[in-house]
Design a protein around this ligand. Structure first.
Ligand SMILES: NC(=O)c1ccc[n+]([C@@H]2O[C@H](COP(=O)([O-])OP(=O)(O)OC[C@H]3O[C@@H](n4cnc5c(N)ncnc54)[C@H](O)[C@@H]3O)[C@@H](O)[C@H]2O)c1
Length: 314
């Protein structure tokens, strides 16, 4: 009897596992909204790994620039990947580019896509408007994912009627090089959606990790307070920024010091994240505003991209 029960349980559990995985969505067609730094990278990696991609942005000019950037990036990848085979490199670039089409009208291209990855401006209202509109045009099975770094995935999901098919898919910059993807599950995200996104991340050649919908997810929740502590250490006059950078590179083995990293990420981006967290939890000492960061941002010194931040790049 016990044997029969065990067999029954085993066969039930294996058939339910098979059913669960059979229900997962195999993502082959991806719509990436936003052809900036992150969206272009996501589109590139998806196309290079055999997916069909539609890249959407506001104007043809922006899309032409994204496409040019993707082509240049692919040439760099191909040069390494096909070091001994220039013809293979050209074919790889041409084949990958041919898998990416572009559009300025998101609503008209989402009717038959498996996955929409949103990578537009970091603004809750703008993202909500986009998702609300696309929800009406996308197929029933289509999964929506946001690449947001600092907004709550749950708030974005609530602008749609597909909260179970909504999750965070947080890539890292530069997308073609960084192996990590954080897959964010809200209390409403279905297991099927979550697993489909883990599979998709792996299909891109990335290593996904899972996290709940909490401020900063894993990496930024640890990284941003660390960066701010470095600025506070310097503000107190305990050490210079140069010595703090040297110390963390040589003493902790980090590839960049905190001030170098802040300049690379962008001081405006970091301030935006910190301010958002401070608004959510104003008593948390790790989320307190940083005077020297605020001063540099007010002076439009955003880091590497503007030519000056904590360091000068001109
Ligand atoms: N930059 C990073 O290091 C990084 C890392 C991880 C996640 N993110 C997140 O990724 C998202 C995009 O960041 P980014 O650095 O690529 O920004 P970006 O400014 O380089 O690109 C954003 C693009 O979105 C387009 N856009 C804006 N509104 C749009 C709309 N309604 N429809 C279509 N396109 C629209 C813009 O024209 C622009 O090309 C943000 O949510 C950001 O928080 C950024």
């Amino acid at each position: 009897m016990a044997f029969v029960t065990r067999q029954f349980v085993r066969s039930m559990s294996s058939s339910s596992t098979a059913t669960a995985s059979a229900k997962k969505i195999l993502v082959k067609h991806v719509t990436v909204i936003g052809g900036g730094l992150m969206g272009a990278g996501i589109a590139q990696v998806a196309a290079a790994t055999g997916h069909t991609v539609v890249l959407v942005d506001q104007t043809e000019d922006i899309l032409a620039k994204s496409r040019k950037g993707i082509e240049e990036s692919l040439r760099r990848v191909a040069k390494k990947k096909f070091a001994e085979n220039p013809k293979g490199a050209d074919e790889f670039v041409a084949k990958t580019l041919s898998s990416i089409s572009t559009s300025t009208d998101a609503a008209s291209v989402v009717h038959s896509t498996h996955l929409v990855v949103e990578a537009i401006v970091e603004n809750l209202q703008v993202k909500n408007e986009l998702f609300k509109r696309l929800d009406k045009f996308a197929a029933e099975h289509t999964i929506f994912a946001s690449n947001t770094s600092s907004l709550q995935i749950t708030s974005l999901a609530n602008s749609t009627t597909r909260q179970d098919r909504f999750a965070g898919l947080h890539f890292f910059n530069p997308v073609p090089l960084m192996k990590l993807v954080e897959v964010i599950k809200t209390p409403m995200t279905s297991q099927k959606t979550f697993e489909s996104l883990l599979d998709f991340s792996r299909a891109l050649g990335k290593d996904p990790v899972a996290c709940k919908d909490t401020p900063g997810f894993i990496v930024n929740r640890l990284l941003v307070p660390y960066l701010m502590e470095a600025v506070r250490l310097c503000e107190r006059g305990d050490a210079s920024k140069e010595d703090i950078d040297t110390a963390m590179k040589l003493g902790a083995g980090y590839p960049m010091g905190p001030f170098e990293l802040l300049d690379y990420v962008g001081l405006d981006t970091t301030k935006f994240i910190l301010d958002g967290w401070h608004e959510m939890d104003s008593k948390n000492p790790l989320f307190q505003p940083c005077p020297s960061l605020n001063k540099l941002v007010a002076e439009k010194k955003f880091g590497k991209k503007s030519g000056e931040g904590f360091y000068k790049y001109k």
